[in-house]
Design a protein around this ligand. Structure first.
Ligand code: HEM
Ligand SMILES: *[C@@H]1O[C@H](CO)[C@@H](O)[C@H](O)[C@H]1NC(C)=O
Length: 226
């Protein structure tokens, strides 16, 4: 009995330390942190709208990101992205291709009680420039005492020069970044901003992100622009 108990405890300890590795790492401040491990844990989140999202939640000091795509479509299709960030963050960014460079970046920051969303692209690891091949419709945007949040529909985030989202069970890699420093001109989509305090990466086959395409397009149509 004693030895079986010891083995069970040992297995549980190993399992819990492995499971906790990504969130613990994601909370630190370094740029090249172990949160670049692609195993950051994803889950499925379904909203009352009927739209289901693949979400990445790391630690409470990082943003939550949620993405949804229309089921059955092949790229290019529109994508949905929600960013829910602690109010202390100056900007949050999402990479549709899994790294800082050569793929569409969605960057968002608070502006008064709303959120500005900026389409970016970077050829190197410096301030990303504006990217006109992706366009956004803001479906909701808000800021309160604890968080700022935004949801956008993106046209141009599912396929780009050199890459595409895979929807047929293949693995996609995504990445995110966040900064504690406010951007220079919050009202301007062209604002400059400073480097991230934390970045992360995750891989997923997008099955949790698939929403029936009729629900998906109706949701985008009916959501009030703000
Ligand atoms: C002023 C703006 C920015 C600067 C100066 C900057 C600079 C850098 C540098 C120097 C690295 C390499 C760090 C290292 O390896 O230690 C890096 C990595 C990274 N950055 Fe940025 N960055 C900026 C904005 C962004 C934005 C807006 C995003 C996402 C939307 C982003 C996502 C990433 C990611 C995911 C990595 C790690 C993976 C990779 O190197 O591709 N960065 N960045
Ligand atoms: C503040 O905003 C966040 C993100 O939208 C939301 O989850 C939270 O419920 C809001 N808090 C209050 C008190 O309304």
């Amino acid at each position: 009995m004693g030895s079986i108990y010891n083995i069970v405890v040992a297995v549980l300890l190993i399992a819990s330390s492995w499971a906790n590795a990504a969130p613990a790492a994601a909370g630190d401040n370094s740029v090249s942190s172990p949160s670049l491990d692609r195993r950051q844990t994803t889950s499925k989140y379904c909203a009352s709208s009927g739209v289901c999202y693949l979400q990445i939640v790391t630690s409470g000091s990082n943003p939550t990101f949620r993405i949804a795509i229309p089921d059955g479509a092949a790229a290019p299709f529109d994508t949905l992205l929600q960013i829910i960030a602690p109010v202390s963050l100056g900007w949050a960014g999402f990479s549709w291709g899994g790294g800082m460079t050569l793929n569409p970046l969605t960057v968002a920051w608070p502006n008064g009680n709303k959120v500005t969303v900026s389409s970016r692209w970077s050829n190197g690891r410096t301030l990303p420039g504006l990217y006109s091949s992706a366009t956004y419709k803001t479906l909701s945007s808000s800021k309160n005492a604890t968080h700022w949040a935004v949801e956008v529909a993106c046209t141009g985030c599912s396929r780009w020069s050199g890459g595409s989202l895979a929807t047929s069970g293949s693995i996609n890699t995504f990445a995110w970044a966040m900064s504690r420093t406010a951007v220079a001109q919050p009202a301007s989509t062209g604002s400059s901003f400073s480097i991230h305090n934390n970045v992360g990466m995750f891989s997923d086959d997008l099955s949790a992100a698939k929403t029936p395409s009729s629900v998906f397009s109706q949701y985008i149509k009916s959501a009030a622009s703000s």
